[in-house]
Ligand binder design. Structure first.
Ligand SMILES: Cc1cc2nc3c(=O)[nH]c(=O)nc-3n(C[C@H](O)[C@H](O)[C@H](O)COP(=O)(O)O)c2cc1C
Length: 314
């Protein structure tokens, strides 16, 4: 079935309980139903160079925000958050940083990778404005909020490290986006409605995502991605996507749909925690090779040349 006529819901999706882990079953199921045709004649080895927010990178694969990892290992010498930033620097790809205290964020930013700082939707708006300032001071290339971390499992606003989250209005988003000269990103957009509101608020970027399953029964981000891409003005909006993209082949499918770049979180998590910086570099290089391989097979020569009609939903 050609790309414009994908079904709203795949018929073979397993029945699940809505737990976070199940979101990945739905993501995987959707990704694995997307098949590619071949376009080999005249195809050449592709150039993966990617421009995001005016900066040039070697690949559209970016390293997702995976916070608090400095607290999960027994080895006091290890600092996975800084190691991930150094891997991004080595690779010359964009590094996302999520919830960290100011000193930790500052030290991560000092590792030299281009950083997108994602701030929690704190109930305390002054805290958000403060963290935006710190991101500016530390030379972040963009800053934003993971708007999908508002609700907690107890039906209240979530509380993380003793800090309460709060509601995000379009007016709030407008205030934050206009409080900084940095591009502002709304992370955790999973509807055309939120994508349009983010654009109206002055966001320069969105991440189509459900934060690996924060919302019970969240639809696969790739399933809604084509509608969102059509709904926003791509001249002023950079669109990222994430959600169970574990290989370069998965990334290819998102890029073929027309997203500007992808975030890889759990796809590098084991390598990061087990072996650190160089293992992440090796994993991303392998994913780049897989991406290149599918680009050659489908006649895509660079980041501007993806064509969604190569994908078929089976
Ligand atoms: C351990 C862990 C910590 C995370 N912390 C944050 C965070 O602080 N801020 C944020 O925006 N996203 C956070 N995320 C979500 C990821 O950035 C990403 O949206 C999500 O994991 C989906 O991508 P994936 O399927 O490639 O892992 C975290 C994910 C993981 C696995």
């Amino acid at each position: 079935m050609p790309v414009d006529h994908w079904p709203g819901k795949p018929g073979t999706i397993p029945v699940t309980s809505g737990r976070a882990d199940d979101a990945n079953v739905h993501n995987r199921n959707y990704l694995d139903h997307l098949l590619v045709e071949m376009r080999l004649i005249d195809s050449v080895k592709p150039d993966l160079t990617t421009t995001l927010f005016g900066h040039q990178y070697t690949s559209p694969l970016t390293l997702a925000a995976v916070s608090h990892l400095n607290q999960v290992l027994d080895d006091p010498q290890r600092q996975p958050m800084q190691e991930k930033a150094r891997a991004a620097k080595q690779l010359n790809v964009l590094n996302w940083v999520g919830m960290e205290d100011d000193p930790t964020f500052t030290d991560i930013a000092k590792q030299g990778a281009d950083t997108v700082r994602i701030i929690k939707p704190f109930a305390d708006h002054q805290r958000i404005l403060h963290e935006i300032k710190i991101a500016e001071e530390q030379g972040a290339v963009a800053v934003g909020i993971d708007i999908d971390h508002v609700a907690g499992a107890d039906g209240n606003y979530d509380v993380v490290d003793g800090l309460s989250m709060g509601p995000i209005t379009e007016e709030d988003l407008t205030t934050y986006a206009h409080s900084t000269k940095l591009p502002f990103v709304a992370k955790g957009v999973l509807s055309v409605q939120d994508a349009k509101k983010a654009q109206a608020a002055g966001c320069a970027g969105i991440v189509v995502s459900h934060h690996h399953g924060r919302v019970p029964f969240g639809m696969p981000p790739l399933q809604i991605l084509p509608d969102i891409l059509k709904a926003v003005d791509r001249r002023t909006m950079t669109v990222f996507v994430d959600g169970s993209l574990m290989t370069g082949y998965d990334a290819y499918k998102a890029l073929a749909m027309g997203t500007d770049a992808v975030l890889i979180g759990r796809g590098i998590l084991k390598e990061l925690l087990d072996d650190g910086e160089d293992a992440v570099v090796d994993k991303v290089k392998q994913m780049n090779q897989q991406l290149s391989q599918l680009m050659i097979y489908t006649g895509v020569k660079d980041m501007q040349s993806f064509d969604p009609t190569v994908l078929h939903y089976e």
